[in-house]
Ligand binder design. Structure first.
Ligand SMILES: Cc1cc2nc3c(=O)[nH]c(=O)nc-3n(C[C@H](O)[C@H](O)[C@H](O)COP(=O)(O)OP(=O)(O)OC[C@H]3O[C@@H](n4cnc5c(N)ncnc54)[C@H](O)[C@@H]3O)c2cc1C
Length: 440
């Protein structure tokens, strides 16, 4: 159920292991011209950065998808200190998913059905398939629920999600560099990140000379809601130097409307019901249906495909004992995926507290973003922080340098604020721009 990144990847890989796979999604797929509305996935046109885990997962199971992405204009990311090692992919989600979907369509053993799954059918405690569009049943031995963060289908079979709204909201827009125009400034493998007290501005580089800009704010900051109006977003973009450098007339032109983000979640769901048991033998949840994290760190597709890879290995090992698969997958997710959720919950809560005017609270554990920022003072800490940033070491690994970061903040040092408007100046600008438009 669900032909997003998790469903497509898992479906292709299962078919390559000799299984008959039916992928079901309510979305009819891209138009002939390549455009894709993708109504049920609100983040589809928002910026996505793809991490090394996504690259590794593709190369492990379907290297030709990687080749197709490169041929479609996506860019691999390499770091000067790790020559030859691809650590990310710059690509619009539109291009990424279009190519993955084409691979699924071309994969012998995969049938792609367009339809809305209404329910999971069970017989004597076992999943027997799903019911589509209020009508016919598609039978199967195993049902994988990859219906994403909004998937409601099998909610009665699991304990409720932990977490909820992450407290941060986004507005973004995609642009294309004009012919002959050079890239703007960058300070990270994904593009350009600028963090201000009260908001964040990011530029994500994509394929084919496209890029996105994004402004994130606390969702409770109602005065910034007007950023969703094109004139306000563009005025803010021109005022924030890192965004202005990329979007100035003569360098780039917008290729999408201004895209307000829906609610952003930090949630985690187990495979088990309230009694701690597998409710339905042969029903397994994966991808965002298990874990969603604040997208500012671009971890969602990575954690989704990490899950998919683990699930494939467990199915290879345990099938047809799907209960054993569910239990072991749940344990693995609790150890390897849930820590990223917990990390974000604390990080976001502390960031929002600081955005509302509070200083760093040294009576509490330091959140990961502050430990990362402290590497600017003590680069030695990067030996520990680097693997965490690359998601090669779990958040708990930061405990080794937390005391050093604490010392740095206790000395009075604070992360430098980039040049640009304060949150209050930005609000003033947005409010004035909207008022001007209304009176005109
Ligand atoms: C604003 C935003 C920005 C993001 N940025 C990044 C980023 O930079 N990097 C990153 O790695 N991750 C990012 N993510 C996370 C990433 O988008 C998700 O992790 C990813 O979409 C998960 O894939 P999935 O296949 O599990 O779920 P989805 O992509 O949500 O796919 C689920 C599919 O199930 C289908 N479906 C649902 N219910 C039904 C039904 N009843 N019947 C039929 N079909 C159904 C839907 O149509 C959809 O196709 C971002 C998320 C958000 C919200």
């Amino acid at each position: 159920m669900g032909a997003g990144p998790t469903g497509l990847y898992t479906g292709i890989a299962l078919a390559r292991r000799g299984h008959e796979v039916t992928l079901i999604d309510r979305d009819p797929g891209p138009e002939q011209d390549g455009s894709w509305n993708r109504k049920g996935v609100m983040q589809f046109h928002h910026p996505h950065g793809f991490r090394a885990q996504v690259v590794d997962a593709l190369l492990a199971e379907m290297p030709e998808v990687w080749d197709d992405l490169m041929a479609a204009g996506a860019e691999s990311v390499m770091l000067p200190e790790q020559p030859g090692r691809v650590v990310g992919l710059r690509c619009r989600r539109l291009v990424f998913e279009r190519i993955l979907r084409s691979a699924a369509e071309a994969q012998p053993g995969v049938t792609l059905l367009i339809g809305h799954v209404d329910e999971v059918c069970c017989e004597r405690g076992r999943a027997a398939g799903v019911r589509l569009d209020g009508g016919h049943q598609v039978e199967s031995d195993l049902v994988i629920d990859a219906s994403g963060r909004a998937g409601q289908l099998a909610r009665t079979f699991r304990a409720p999600a932990e977490g909820g709204d992450c407290g941060i909201a986004y507005v973004s827009r995609q642009y294309q560099l004009l012919p002959g125009a050079e890239n703007g400034p960058v300070n990270s493998p994904i593009g350009m990140i600028a963090i201000y007290p009260g908001y964040q501005a990011i530029v994500f580089l994509h394929d084919n000379r496209t890029f996105s800009t994004l402004i994130a704010r606390a969702s409770t900051d109602r005065q910034m809601v007007a950023l969703r109006f094109p004139a306000a977003f563009e005025a803010a973009s021109q005022a924030i130097p890192s965004l202005a450098a990329w979007t100035e007339p003569g360098r780039a032109q917008p290729i999408t409307p201004v895209l307000p983000g829906g609610r952003l979640h930090n949630t985690y769901r187990t495979q088990l019901n309230d009694a701690g048991q597998v409710a339905v033998d042969g029903l397994i949840f994966a991808g965002d249906a298990v874990c969603t994290t604040n997208p500012a760190l671009g971890r969602g597709v990575a954690t989704s495909l990490m899950q998919a890879q683990k699930l494939l290995a467990l199915l290879d090992e345990h099938q047809p004992d799907f209960v054993a698969c569910s239990l072991e997958f749940d344990r693995w997710c609790a150890e390897n995926i849930k820590p990223w959720f917990t990390d974000h919950v604390y990080w976001d809560a502390e960031l929002i507290r600081r955005w509302s005017g509070h200083d760093i609270d040294l009576t509490r554990p330091l959140p990961s973003d502050l430990i990362m920022a402290a590497t600017e003072v003590d680069p030695e800490m990067r030996k520990v922080v680097g693997p965490y940033m690359a998601m090669r070491a779990l958040p708990a690994s930061l405990a080794a340098v937390e005391p050093r970061a604490r010392e740095i903040y206790a000395s009075g040092w604070r992360p430098p604020v980039p040049e640009g408007p304060t949150r209050d100046e930005l609000v003033e600008l947005i409010t004035a721009t909207v008022a001007q438009r209304v009176s005109a």
